[in-house]
Design a protein around this ligand. Structure first.
Ligand SMILES: [Mn+2]
Length: 433
């Protein structure tokens, strides 16, 4: 049984209702979930997969409906201006998104969502982390990802994919995988009721379908463009990204209502500008906005990615602290964040553009315990060459805790700018194990 073709907006409303129904009646439910940084890629590829797969589910699907979940509480959505800028293009609003607050086990709702009644498809990661992981890991039954293989998803995923490949954006891999389903539903006629429900009797079946397609396509294209710098980054862009972007752009240009005002570069700039517009956020929220953590050998590592330089963060910290010296205010704010997450080691990776227009990266690493000081130094020894690390901000990597020799921190300029957290996290985790 397939779910009738519908707009993304109607689909998300139906999907959110389905969680409630599944809980109340102990029914089965399938989730599609991105990683816990909940960046634009994770958010869009989970929605794309769930929407397209629900319109054309495989014959032996666990359930015909696939529910996309953003791997953050609802309060995290406001921290993502690029997402807020993108939603209108897909004719959806913040309230339509499904978040961890909608999953009973993770919220104040007392009812149960029994693991055996659930199936989980992972996109943009391949190991379910945190509380979700501790409850539902066994129920993961499919993955599409572009991070390093964690060997946590079983080799046999039956009707669901098990795809882990290099690509600039995971949304490109999802688009590629769902092309067949998408083409099939684009060719299917709507019931007259569904066309009518759009509220415009003059709009024919075909026009409604192409509009819905163009809305979903913009959602996907935005992530691919953000992840590949408008397909211009040689290091990040792969054939998957180019092909998927062409396919999505064709869906957009097939819709006369959207095509006239659409320009790919203009669209990219709109979303990219929104992404960098974090000046209104509090420093703690900037650190929380694109954050991931791991536990290796009993030690907890966290990494925040930030789209502004350390100078920006220091100025922000000083403005919030009224008067304390910039460095003091910044490091105590960082320490506060790390303490809140109960981290043994914390890294901040920044990206920014130099006055000359060059893309640049900085890396701050802070080890808080005797165990992790050695780890951090091991990381520096092993990774300096590959990452092109150079001491920065007059940082010499000595202990900063005057009472003891326990903690250690250092700031580098990372000259090998092609390496994102996708590479830095495995290097840090390697040093920890
Ligand atoms: Mn991704």
């Amino acid at each position: 049984m397939s779910i009738p073709r519908r707009s993304l907006r109607t689909f998300l409303i139906t999907a959110k209702d389905a969680i409630r129904t599944a809980v109340d009646n102990s029914q089965k439910i399938t989730f599609v979930i991105g990683n816990e940084s909940a960046d634009l890629d994770s958010l869009t590829c989970s929605i794309l997969y769930a929407y397209l797969r629900s319109s054309c589910p495989p014959p032996h699907a666990f359930t015909p409906l696939f529910v996309p979940v953003a791997n953050i509480p609802a309060s995290g959505i406001q921290l993502r201006p690029e997402l807020l800028a993108l939603l209108p293009h897909a004719d959806i609003e913040e309230k339509h998104l499904i978040t961890l607050d909608d999953i009973p086990e993770l919220s104040s709702i007392k009812s149960r969502l029994r693991p055996e009644n659930t199936k989980w498809i992972l996109v943009d990661h391949n190991a379910l982390q945190g509380t979700l992981g501790s409850i539902y890991s066994e129920r993961v039954g499919g993955v599409i990802d572009h991070h390093d293989e964690e060997n946590k998803v079983s080799a046999d995923t039956a009707d669901e994919p098990r795809i882990i490949e290099k690509a600039g954006s995971c949304t490109s891999l999802v688009t590629e995988y769902c092309r067949g389903a998408w083409d099939a539903i684009s060719d299917t006629k709507l019931s007259s009721g569904a066309a009518h429900a759009q509220g415009d009797e003059a709009v024919g079946d075909g026009a409604v379908r192409t509009l819905w397609d163009a809305q979903v396509a913009q959602l996907g294209l935005a992530s691919i463009l953000i992840d590949t710098s408008n397909l211009q980054s040689k290091e990040k862009t792969t054939g998957h990204d180019v092909t998927a972007a062409e396919y999505l752009e064709a869906k957009i240009m097939a819709c006369t209502q959207v095509a006239g005002g659409f320009d790919r570069t203009k669209f990219y700039k709109e979303i990219d500008t929104a992404k960098k517009n974090i000046g209104g956020l509090k420093l703690q929220d900037i650190l929380r906005k694109d954050y991931k953590q791991w536990t290796e050998g009993g030690l907890k590592l966290g990494i925040s990615s930030v789209v502004k330089s350390l100078n920006f963060l220091q100025e922000k910290a000083q403005a919030e602290a009224n008067g304390r010296s910039t460095a003091d205010a910044f490091y105590s704010a960082v320490r506060e964040f790390a303490d809140e997450q109960e981290l043994d080691m914390y890294a901040i990776m920044t990206t920014s553009t130099s006055p000359e227009g060059n893309f640049q990266r900085e890396l701050l690493l802070w080890a808080f315990t005797a165990d992790t000081v050695a780890t951090a130094q091991k990381f520096e020894t092993n990774a300096t060459g590959e990452l092109g690390l150079e001491s920065w901000h007059g940082s010499d990597g000595r202990s900063h805790d005057e009472d003891s020799e326990k903690d250690w921190r250092k700031v580098w300029r990372q000259r090998s700018v092609q390496h994102s957290r996708k590479r830095v996290a495995p290097l840090l985790r390697e040093a920890m194990s």
